[in-house]
Design a protein around this ligand. Structure first.
Ligand code: IPM
Ligand code: MG
Length: 355
């Protein structure tokens, strides 16, 4: 198959982790006889420096016209003082909205090789950590009106029924493919938008009688994720709650550097990115962990290109790499062999086999 992939390296460690991932994709192409064409896209701080705009319209157009988009990370202190609507992150938000990718899937799964890296007690980790956060990605407070007038700043959190329904359906469908447990997370004891969220979820639940729906307040959920993560199968929540809970969930698995994500809308053209940021403090040092991005590429193969076998081959190669005792600095532990970003990708390529 021939696939055209828009590649956004972005800022900080973005270029390193993306270059490492392209090595793995090239190996997949070799082994399985595919052609992956890469189109470089400027987005984030680097685009501000080049064009004075974090995502020029022409760059967005190339993304929308591609078969899928692979993204490293954007942002950094250098652009902290640019106006809010011109920040590197704004490029990312415009990309998500422009691609219409309303459903963000963030797995929280502990690799057996890394169970020691979890900050949770062994007795909790032993019960298993394997759940998915389905985060609404193009609505809510991120996309409401933002304004500052004198000494007052306002951000609007708005959702309508159809926005909640479409992400709700993804939540139910994701649960149907797993253990059939869906937890809808909101703050309905305070927010109107959350009361609407809860009502819509319960209306939808009649269409999915095989899925057990529960409700949880977001503050309680933050607590339950560290207290008893094994209770969760699929969590569905709005944009900002999903942002916060997914960082928390990643930490209990050991490292945020290992977690991929996929974002999809109504077409197969998806956006694939690790959930971590651009980590400017370690940029250019070849010490970043590229696995979150490599696994994001595997998700691209599975969800956008229907290449399930190829995706599984990447996941297996990552597992064999961990089995062999190699670790990047973020997940390093005693007795393991420390490797950098490039070496990590090389080792994963070596382990990549066509079944
Ligand atoms: C994420 C990030 C982004 C978000 C930022 C960089 C805008 O934190 O993907 O989780 O808040 O969505
Ligand atoms: Mg985040």
């Amino acid at each position: 198959m021939v696939k055209n992939i828009a590649v956004i390296r972005g800022d900080g460690i973005g270029p390193e982790i993306v270059n490492a991932t392209l090595k793995v994709l090239d190996k997949v192409a070799d082994l399985y006889g595919h052609t992956f064409n890469y189109t470089d896209i400027d987005m984030g701080g680097c685009a501000i420096d080049k064009y004075g705009d974090p995502l020029p319209q022409s760059e967005l157009k190339k993304c929308v016209e591609s078969d899928s988009v692979l993204l490293g990370a954007v942002g950094g202190d250098k652009w902290n003082n640019v106006p809010g609507n011109m920040r590197p992150e704004k490029g990312l938000l415009r990309l998500r909205a422009g691609m219409g990718v309303y459903s963000n899937n963030r797995p929280a799964k502990i690799w057996k090789q890394l169970s020691d890296a979890s900050p949770l007690k062994k007795s909790i980790v032993e019960n298993g950590i394997d759940f998915i956060i389905v985060r609404e990605l193009i609505g809510g407070i991120y996309f409401g009106e933002h304004k500052t007038e004198g000494d007052t700043a306002t951000d609007v959190l708005r959702y309508n029924v159809s926005e909640i329904e479409r992400i709700g359906r993804i939540g139910f469908e994701t649960a149907q493919k797993r253990n059939k447990k869906l937890c809808s997370v909101e703050k309905s004891n305070v927010l109107d938008s959350s009361r609407l969220w809860k009502k819509v979820m319960h209306e939808l639940s009649f269409e999915y009688p095989d899925v057990e729906l529960t409700d949880m307040l977001v503050d309680n959920c933050a607590m339950q994720i560290v207290k008893n993560p094994a209770q969760f199968d699929v969590i569905v929540t709005e944009n900002m709650f999903g942002d916060i809970l997914s960082d928390e969930a990643s930490q209990i698995t050991g490292s945020i550097g290992m977690i991929p994500s996929s974002s999809l809308g109504s077409t197969t053209c998806g956006l694939y990115e690790p959930i971590h940021g651009s980590a400017p403090d370690i940029a250019g040092k070849d010490i970043a962990n590229p696995v979150g991005t490599i696994l994001s590429a595997a998700m691209m193969l599975k969800y956008s290109f229907d290449m399930e076998e190829e995706a599984n081959a990447i996941e297996k190669a990552v597992s064999s790499y961990l089995d062999s005792g190699y670790r990047t600095a973020d997940i390093m532990s005693e007795g393991m062999t420390l490797v950098g970003c490039k070496k990590c990708a090389e080792l994963i390529c070596e382990n990549l086999k066509k079944e």
